[in-house]
Design a protein around this ligand. Sequence first.
Ligand SMILES: Nc1ncnc2c1ncn2[C@@H]1O[C@H](COP(=O)(O)OP(=O)(O)OP(=O)(O)O)[C@@H](O)[C@H]1O
Length: 637
Amino acid sequence: MARQDTPLFLHGFDLSGHFVDLRPLGTGVTGLVLSAVDQRTGQRVAIKKLVMRDTVTVKHALREVKITRRLHHENVVRVHEVLAPYGRPLPRDPTQLSALYIVQECMETDLARLLEQGPLPTGHATLLFYQLLRGLKFIHSANVLHRDLKPANIFINTDQLLLKIGDFGLARIVDPHYSHKVKMKLILSKTGRKPELLLNMHGYSDGSFVQLMCIVLSCLTITGDLFCNGAHELEQMQLILDSVPVLREEDRHDLLQVMPSYVSHGWRVKKPFSELLPEVDAQAVDFLERILTFHPMDRLTAEAALSHPFLQQYSCPEDEPTSTHPFRIEDELEDSLITEHKSSHSGTSSRYENSLSTDVCWQHSGGKCRCMPPGHITSDMGDTTEDEEVQRDPRANSTSLLEEAQVDPRKYSHSSSAERFLDNSHSSLDRASGLGFGELDCGRSCDYKVGSPSYLDKIAWREGKPQHYSEPKLILDLSHWKRNTSKQEEKEEEETADLFQEISRWVESTHARLHSPSPSPSFEPRSPTCYTSSPPLPLSPTDQPTPPSPPSSTSSVSQSVNDSSFEPLPVKQKERLFDLDVFISRALKLCRQNKEKGDGKKGKDGGWREETKQPNIHKRVPRLPEHRTPPPQTPNS
Ligand SMILES: Nc1ncnc2c1ncn2[C@@H]1O[C@H](COP(=O)(O)OP(=O)(O)OP(=O)(O)O)[C@@H](O)[C@H]1O
């Protein structure tokens, strides 16, 4: 048998013979993740292969290893071991490896997949938020920012409704004792002050604001993804501004500079959360308002959020541990050595080897620990590609830095009090059951394992009271879907009509301009609101403008609107023209909708979707029928 055909080389994974029954779990940006049974323990594990191609991938892989090996918490996916190819232990100098294998606990599913079936019952959402915040409190106390918090990275075991945060591929160490200074104004001016940067410009926030919003809201309500529905960043920001008040003067100033036409008069929110989410209870709305503030410094920290009345039934500060071994500025600085070392493999070797092995006893092999020498501190900072993210040692001169985006100073208070939380004798899950988790009134199906009948016989959560939910949650969600769809279709028709009106106004203005005897010499300076676009002027008097055809494809629309020969128009014509951003957004949306209709599918918005992912151990959303009749309701629905 060829070497590649043996189980060891299945799917390009060269592992040791300890691992059998390899099955693909999915692929991510970094590559394939397999599940396998570890014969030494009999447990199924998830194995993520990190290919080390260049300095950047080496750096990210080693950073992920370094961070995950130290984060041991009930709400963080546990890394069992990290292996070199052929199942060998990591060498002293892992930068020379072609790949690394992170062997971690295998979770059953993730929040993204759960939410494919619709929002969660409030009781379940509450318990999941609690665990998410409990995990985040620990991660932040270790001075780590996850930076890629999204439903797909929030793993869940549905039998206990146990949540664990995973995928630390983008995580960074941020020591709050040192300022995390960013030349934000410089970045903004370089990039044209893009609005998405406004969303992230205050660096301590973990994960982007939009992601956070979507996670929380999607769990609670069918309209949860509304903040992710903007066709482009401006529209996205507008959706946010409609519901989230902008309280700080500096934020108002920035927004006015970037997108003045999107700012509502008097900074009033059009749809506060209480109106937006009438079905969500008042405490939950208050919780949302406090964690989804526009300015991250006004947001509740994970620790403070844990004591909010919304989470009161689970709150137990003495069982919400913080890290006893937080990362420090030196750990972050050591990261830079990876790049330096890979590119010039010479004098830095020993420094880097030591830096990766700062921790003792991190590499478990068959239950044994391998002890590594203590770490070595250096202040070398060779990484320029992520300059804006690297923490600056305040001992270095920082006066040139223009704006500070720093770790939440409120965190200072608890880094020294880790000892208080050492007693982990009772877990949040025990507490959940003790506090009557069994009595949660879901009001509807709680079966997250649709399509896995054996589960119905195995459910033993909630104080051992088996609950058999035969009614798939999906059926209930279809009623929402049906209402939304008819409204959606009406909206689409209106939008199409609007778009054609826009186009005809555009054509009309172009004609007026072409036939005008002497174009007005008064041009306004370019600015986001007054810099309107028009079709290119004809090259010769005989050239006539071609009326634009209906937007049947993205390219035809974008070709016209993106033409580089656009010019500013006279001020007096402005009121007859349209807003370019709105136009692009509508045109793209329309094209996308047309395409989806043409394909016979509907995307996330419309509710109909095709199964695209490969089957794996996770439960799948059953494939929906190709017609628009909801499946028959069960007697319980
Ligand atoms: N511990 C785990 N248990 C179960 N499934 C997992 C585990 N870790 C990853 N997966 C699955 O493997 C797939 C790839 O995950 P991975 O973490 O590699 O993504 P990624 O490369 O970081 O990509 P992205 O940046 O898009 O998150 C996903 O489908 C994920 O659900």
